[in-house]
Design a protein around this ligand. Structure first.
Ligand code: FRU
Length: 513
């Protein structure tokens, strides 16, 4: 009787309370306890369902006891928590990060009678080594059976993890990117059946940052049509921890070509994926239909402080995912840039417009009270026109504050300095006094060579994301106020005569209501 009850409990999604004042309302966060990396992201085009698995400790709000949690969504915003998808088989093993693919052509042989079989490829972390395993799902990704002949790649190393598998059209084979973490090398393996893997090559490059490499993602991008002669490119995203340029964990990318076995970088330096500290281990969805832009989700936290942030004690959960993002690859000033924008321009969660303002000399500020927006999540879009690009002057700043405590987040553009900043220094529930690595201000150099500059941002209770200059930079920052932020101010000062600043603000509809 008791055993039956335990099995029943394990097969149900964990009960969740998404009402806490720090709980993001348009971002995914786990039902309870601790999450880190998104795993196994795939889109099932038969049912129109996005699947997200994630590193999950179901028993405590700190890392450890890693499983694959699971959630599904029709639109990348409204998530339904599902029962845990993959659990360790032994008490001293953990299920670490990995990926998932739909094996429509039954290359694996697991799916004789169906076209929607799913194979998950993940690391099993044991006391003495990390090895690569697979599990298959005949019900579209809800339940998995572990392959009887695991591991599919054995090892003697404790630093060999995070397989990301994609289908390589040119060679008609599966390709795995995987981290030799401590060597700071990315390995590529190839396979025709997802069971037998052959080592094909290793990639590293002098000068790449970090102490350990983790969670590589090899992503094929169509190139901006303006650069059509470039055709398609591959971008290799590598997460590093510790030792990211801003401290702790962070992600960078290099751009080049992948011929089915070898990646060749054509960028001499790594490019930072995010200019703040809370966007790690992003993973790209497999199965996105051809012709649609690549889609990713990252982990909106940092190993430096993730296990100490206050949501664990106050609300029983820790860490959120970033917004789902779509990306393009283009060039800015001759360098490759991956752009970011919220998937579907936030359409599934965009609520009523709270106002539209035109700031100009003589009326250089606006304030909107959004305490009536039940999610306390808003989207703002700011455009500055008429910048004197020869000698840019002035500042456009925003402040999002609490009517109760006066705490605030702020940021903005300093035109003379070609600099955008964001700061969480004005929020007080968790600060650099609690953890010295919880630094408060982040800056991005931006080019003001054009006569206009735009930025947009989502503030969602304890997660803030900003997108600059057509998404060519993104800044992702967690923050923890003692009382909810519910007032937004934007001000402009010292701008060129004749310049204009437009501000548009929308409420966002909570997805957990
Ligand atoms: C990255 C990471 C991965 C590992 C997982 C463990 O954040 O350290 O390398 O697979 O988290 O939870």
């Amino acid at each position: 009787m008791q055993i039956a009850w335990i099995i029943c409990f394990m097969a149900a999604a964990q009960a969740a309370d998404y009402t806490g004042p720090l709980r993001p309302q348009v971002h995914f966060s786990p039902p309870v306890n601790f999450m880190n990396d998104p795993n196994g992201l795939f889109y099932d085009d038969r049912s129109g369902t996005y699947h997200m698995y994630y590193q999950y400790n179901p028993s405590e709000p700190v890392a450890g006891n890693q499983h694959w949690g699971h959630a599904t969504s029709p639109d990348l915003y409204h998530w339904t928590n599902q029962p845990i998808a993959i659990s360790p088989s032994e008490s001293d093993q953990y299920i670490f990060s990995g990926s998932a693919v739909v094996d429509a052509d039954n290359t694996s042989g697991f799916f004789p009678d169906q076209e929607d079989g799913v194979v998950a490829i993940y690391t099993v972390d044991s006391p003495d080594k990390e090895t690569q395993h697979i599990a298959y799902s005949r019900d579209g990704g809800y339940t998995f059976t572990k392959y009887a002949e695991n591991p599919v790649i054995d090892s003697t190393s404790k630093d060999f993890r995070d397989p990301q598998v994609t289908w390589h059209q040119g060679t008609q084979r599966w390709v795995m990117a995987i981290a030799y973490a401590a060597d700071r090398v990315i390995g590529f393996y190839i396979s025709s059946n997802l069971k037998e893997w052959e080592h094909a090559s290793n990639f590293t490059q002098a000068g790449l940052p970090g102490v350990e490499f983790e969670c590589p993602n090899l992503v094929e991008f169509p190139v901006d049509p303006v650069l059509a002669h470039e055709g398609r490119k591959h971008v290799l995203f590598i997460s590093v921890n510790p030792g990211a340029p801003l401290g702790g964990s962070g992600t960078f990318y290099v751009v080049g070509d992948f011929n089915g076995t070898h990646f060749e970088s054509e960028t001499p330096d790594a490019t930072l994926y995010d200019f703040a500290r809370d966007n790690y281990a992003a993973q790209w969805f497999s199965g996105i239909p051809a012709g649609q832009p690549p889609v990713s989700i990252g982990w909106a936290s940092n190993w430096d402080y993730t296990e100490e942030v206050p949501t664990g004690e106050t609300e029983g959960w820790r860490s959120a995912a970033t917004l789902p993002r779509t990306h393009t690859l283009g060039q800015v000033d001759g360098s490759w840039v991956v752009t970011h924008s919220p998937a579907d321009a936030l359409a599934p969660v965009k609520g009523a417009q709270l106002g539209s303002w035109d700031l100009q000399p003589g009326k250089n500020g606006m304030t909107v009270d959004f305490s009536h927006v039940s999610s306390k999540a808003v989207y703002l879009a700011v455009e500055i026109r008429g910048i004197n690009s020869l000698s840019p002057a002035g500042e456009v700043a925003f402040k999002i504050s609490s009517s109760t405590s006066g705490e605030s987040l702020d940021g903005g553009l300093r035109l003379e300095e070609n600099r955008f900043w964001i700061s969480r220094a004005g929020t007080h529930l968790f600060t650099s006094q609690d953890n010295g690595n919880f630094t408060s201000e982040f800056r991005a150099e931006v080019s003001a060579e054009k006569s206009s500059f735009s930025f947009s941002a989502v503030v969602d209770r304890s997660v803030f994301e900003v997108f600059l200059a057509d998404g060519s930079r993104s800044g992702t920052m967690s923050f923890f106020p003692t009382s909810p932020l519910d007032i937004l101010d934007v001000s402009a000062g010292g701008l060129e005569a004749g310049s204009r600043v437009s501000v548009d603000v929308w409420g966002l509809r909570g997805v957990w209501e």
